[in-house]
Design a protein around this ligand. Structure first.
Ligand SMILES: *Cc1c(COP(=O)(O)O)cnc(C)c1O
Length: 564
């Protein structure tokens, strides 16, 4: 039995409020409701009877009718604040469908089957007739089943259920509002979200769009990127970062990563810019612009840089911006993984000429589908992006001034992000705690640690035992959004460690197993093995652990113990 939804029968509520019968078990179960471990339900039809019984008891206890009614009103208010009210189907429906002995019991059971996921009824009535539709258990039995489930609960790589439970009331309210007003395209939720996130990031404009990929594509289009343009980016990222460059006919010029942060290495970028300017692949590996011999890269013009905040850690924007300014390049921040992160007091999404984030469900701030957002302080970029995402519209809908896309953010997805955003700042902090815990458990110690590494002083000698294991590095002044908690393993160990963890029930993932310059899709660029050694090495040695703001200490221990 794995009930998340528990329907409280009248007799359990009476025991709870009047402290009769097994009220200790009823109270313990009620605590689980308050802690959000289960969703408590009460049948709408139970409420008048409950009120009657409680008032009667309080009057017997010597309260005046007015006093009794006032106290009971408070109790019921408490109940409907923390519990949800279950409306029951008509008696005729139940009678016909199930030929039940007790119609009221059958009504409750039938209503419980409609609750998403497993549900059960908690009752003191041993003969409760649930018609075999859902389990009917005593409070003690439900408690036992819950603790069993907690002990055996599989660790999820990213647990979105836990988050949903915290935001569910707000989420349902938001969705209901959209269903009522019916503005599914560009409804008021889109503008509300744009305003809130622009404020959060600290930029002038936020433009909702259909995905993180489109959030990268739109500003590139607004900047006029096209054939002949060299756009520098890292090969150690998700394909979308470089795909958008090629889609516009421009040429991705890959630049290797800093092996500590996994982000684009400014020193290598400087060389790559020089190589493109002088058309000299001896300075830095360059793409073949067309396959004719001797024309390697001929005519490429350095246009801009897309920096990626990999795993949630902002790139080195001080040096990147300096390089871009000095060379007349635009800077686009791929903040798909770093929303919520910071660099020297500035939020991820606020760097460069524009930034892009993604609301893909597993990203730090996700929706339940696809969605994304462009951030910028530049009025010109914002204006063109707003036009581009509605087919290049001009002043009016059927006035088209440029070739654009259909790349709007759905109102329903905006509503979902709005609900989740309420919990987001707390989640960002919880992510810091979970990351700190992992790092403590993974660090060889005790002993002094580098001040800026974000390492704790845990006393587990795991790092020493798995030689070469390195927790993530967070440079001073940076805050990661922890889209992933990614450890570095010694060469050749990953396959074995992955399978040991898998057997221990610990899911892991590799972001990314093949750097982009070795992907078939980019073969025309003419890059080869050895061009970007740090990216190539990282792709064989990184491993991301189960992570999320709700990952509990027991799970963190289980993961690190399995590693050991
Ligand atoms: C997820 C991601 C994207 C693309 O976002 P989508 O919403 O999936 O289109 C782009 N860049 C990086 C680094 C990502 O992680």
């Amino acid at each position: 039995m794995s009930s998340r939804h528990v329907v409280f029968d009248l007799n359990v509520l009476v025991n709870l409020f009047l402290r009769r019968g097994d009220s200790a078990a009823a109270e313990a179960l009620s605590d689980k409701v308050l802690e959000g471990k289960i969703t408590g339900w009460v049948a709408a039809q139970s409420l008048p009877t409950l009120e009657y019984l409680l008032v009667k008891q309080l009057k017997n206890d010597g309260l005046t009718p007015t006093e009794a009614r006032a106290s009971v009103r408070e109790l019921l208010q408490w109940l409907t604040t923390h519990y949800r009210v279950l409306s029951l189907p008509g008696v005729e429906t139940v009678d016909k469908l199930h030929g039940a002995h007790d119609l009221e019991d059958a009504q409750i059971a039938l209503a419980a089957t409609a609750l998403a996921g497993a549900a059960c009824i908690v009752t003191e009535d041993k003969s409760f007739d649930a018609c075999g539709l859902v389990p009917a258990l005593s409070p003690a039995e439900v408690l036992a089943a819950l603790s069993e489930r907690e002990a055996s609960r599989a660790i999820q790589f990213v647990d979105l259920q836990e988050q949903q439970r915290t935001v569910l009331p707000s989420l349902e309210g938001r969705l209901r509002t959209v269903l009522r007003h019916g503005h599914y395209i560009m409804g008021p939720e889109v503008a509300e979200l744009e305003k809130k996130l622009a404020e959060y990031v600290g930029v002038k404009h936020a433009i909702g769009c259909s995905s993180g990929t489109d959030a990268l594509l739109l500003p590139l289009m607004a900047l006029g990127v096209g054939p002949g343009d060299a756009v520098f980016t890292t090969p150690f990222t998700f394909i979308a970062t470089a795909e958008v460059i090629s889609l516009l006919g421009a040429t991705p010029v890959f630049v290797d990563i800093d092996p500590l942060t996994y982000n684009i290495d400014p020193a290598q970028l400087e060389k790559a810019i020089r190589a493109v300017k002088t058309n000299d692949p001896a300075i830095y590996p360059l793409p073949t612009r067309n396959s004719e011999p001797g024309t390697r890269n001929a005519g490429l013009r350095p246009a801009g840089v897309i920096a990626v905040d990999l795993y949630g850690l902002p790139a080195d924007y001080d040096r990147l911006q300096e390089l871009c300014t000095a060379n007349g390049l635009f800077l686009l921040e791929d903040a798909a993984q770093s929303f919520g992160g910071e660099h020297k007091g500035r939020k991820a999404g606020s760097f460069g000429d524009a930034a892009a984030t993604s609301f893909f469900p597993a990203k730090p701030l996700g929706c339940y589908g696809d969605g994304g957002m462009v951030f910028t302080n530049r009025d010109d970029i914002a204006e063109i992006c707003r036009s581009l995402l509605v087919h290049g519209k001009g002043k009016e809908k059927y006035d088209n001034v440029r070739i654009g896309l259909n790349a709007r953010l759905d109102t329903l997805q905006a509503a979902i992000v709005l609900a989740k955003f309420e919990a987001f700042p707390a989640e960002v902090e919880a992510r810091q705690d979970v990351a700190r815990r992992y790092t403590e458990l993974l660090s060889p110690g005790p002993g002094p640690r580098p001040q800026d590494s974000g390492l704790g002083t845990g006393n587990t000698a795991l790092g020493a035992r798995i030689s070469g294991l390195r927790p993530p590095h967070v440079p001073g002044g940076c805050k990661s959004a922890w889209a992933q908690y990614t450890i570095r393993l010694a060469a050749g160990q990953r396959t074995a460690i992955e399978s040991v963890l898998k057997r221990a029930g610990v899911p892991t993932a590799v972001y990314y197993p093949k750097p982009l310059h070795l992907q078939g899709a980019f073969r025309p660029l003419g890059y080869g093995q050895g061009d970007f050694p740090e990216s190539e090495r990282a792709s064989t040695e990184v491993l991301s652990l189960p992570f999320g703001p709700h990952l509990d200490d027991a799970s963190a221990h289980k993961v690190t113990a399995a590693l050991r």
